[in-house]
Design a binder for this molecule. Structure first.
Ligand SMILES: [Zn+2]
Length: 409
């Protein structure tokens, strides 16, 4: 198991402010990555960074806004998020990007870093104005859609390389979808649903790691869900390709066996098999998987009430990600708390060059809660964690920018 020493440090004055607020003494003079108050109820962790969220603004404000999304992030212990570009307008030029930057400046409660689209309108036909957007974006992605054309992908990789930006890929081969909407496995067969095969994900990943090796592009794979994907990425890393990847808590905790005829179990990629889940955990343990991201993808309750077949893809994740990971992996002894913090706070920032400003969140790791989506700040309510007991209760956040912003109590 990889245990690299994390490089982020917790800002000392903020750390002391947290201690003061909760009337407790810091345990160590030089807190390395984070400090646990061994004699108190609370634990201070650096603010997490989510590489993959959908805040739906501009374009789809009924589903979420930058304000509600960033408030949800704050309550999940996140102090930085990266927003995906499947918006209206799609941020594919500096002008279109401004429609997202303006509400970010006006309404975001934490730093929000947008991705620029790779292609015009995310249509996968012609490159977007990557050079024009580069100074204002964290990276480039056509998330929600895979880039189908290999030649175009190679061109985009060369341009990202030239601009010094990471290309974050949603890997999906449209030719293999065949109208599928859940994993092509036992549940789909038993219940008469159309399945999404694993190759629709790992096929494009295999193509892209070869292109990344050829171009030298910094390549990041979004929401890895299949065992084959993990194996391909492990091999690519061994071969020295500049590749990283993320997965989401739901792929690590649930499988197709958990599916119910309810939209809150529908996301893209879909929940896969137990063998896939085990391979993802193996990938977390050996360092093949670098980051945990939520793929927070809110829709209106009405949209998600249409069952597995008819509701749109996407579940919310910001307000459950850390408690879910803590409950299922740290409390069970599979991952250390340090490794989880690396996956959620350190590695995402390191890969995308996102500054660590010393913001920190306070958690009660000795308390649990039953997840009640009605309590979410997010407008989205669909989550597979509804009704589950999760350990780790968020208390407050100390932000570098305005010294203190408590929303927990
Ligand atoms: Zn995606």
């Amino acid at each position: 198991m990889m245990q690299k020493q994390p490089q982020t440090t917790l800002d000392r004055s903020l750390y002391e402010a947290v201690c003061k607020r909760f009337g407790i003494c810091p345990v160590s003079q030089d807190s390395p990555l984070f400090s646990t108050f061994s004699h108190s109820r609370y634990t201070v962790l650096p603010g997490f960074c989510d590489l993959h969220v959908h805040f739906r603004e501009p374009g789809f404000l009924r589903k979420e806004t930058i304000r509600t999304g960033s408030e949800a992030a704050l309550r999940g212990g996140f102090t930085a998020v990266c927003t995906m570009p499947n918006l209206d307008p799609v941020p594919d030029s500096p002008e279109h990007l401004e429609s997202e930057l303006e509400p970010i400046r006006r309404t975001a409660v934490i730093p929000v870093y947008p991705y620029g689209a790779l292609t015009v309108g995310e249509r996968g036909e012609e490159p977007a104005d990557l050079a024009g957007m580069a100074p204002f974006v964290v990276g480039f992605s056509d998330d929600g859609k895979g880039v189908q054309d290999a030649e175009l992908m190679e061109r985009l990789m060369r341009e990202c390389k030239r601009l010094g930006k990471v290309l974050a890929a949603h890997c999906e081969d449209n030719a293999l979808l065949r109208g599928g909407y859940i994993h092509d496995g036992a549940y789909a067969r038993t219940h008469g649903h159309r399945g999404i095969c694993s190759e629709s994900e790992w096929g494009p990943i295999r193509r892209d790691v070869a292109l990344a090796a050829k171009t030298g592009c910094a390549y990041h794979v979004c929401h890895v869900s299949t065992k084959e994907s993990v194996a391909i990425l492990r091999e690519a890393k061994r071969a020295g390709v500049d590749v990283t990847c993320e997965t989401a808590p739901h792929y690590l905790i649930f499988t197709e066996k958990d599916l119910e005829e309810d939209g809150r179990w529908k996301m893209n990629p879909p929940l896969r098999s137990e063998a896939d889940r085990e391979a993802l955990i193996e990938g977390l343990l050996d360092g093949t998987i670098d980051c945990i991201a939520t793929d927070h993808a809110p829709h209106t309750p009405e949209e998600k009430s249409r069952g597995l077949e008819k509701s749109p893809f996407g579940v919310v994740g910001l307000e459950t990600a850390f408690p879910a990971m803590y409950t299922h992996f740290v409390r069970t002894g599979i991952l250390s708390l340090e490794r989880l913090v690396e996956l959620m706070a350190v590695a995402p920032r390191r890969r995308f060059g996102i500054p660590c400003d010393g913001s920190a969140a306070v958690w009660d790791l000795n308390a649990s809660r039953i997840v009640d989506p009605a309590e979410f700040r997010s407008k989205g309510r669909a989550t597979p964690f509804a009704g589950k007991e999760l350990w780790g209760v968020y208390k407050t956040t100390v932000l570098k920018s305005n010294s203190q912003r408590g929303t927990g109590e």
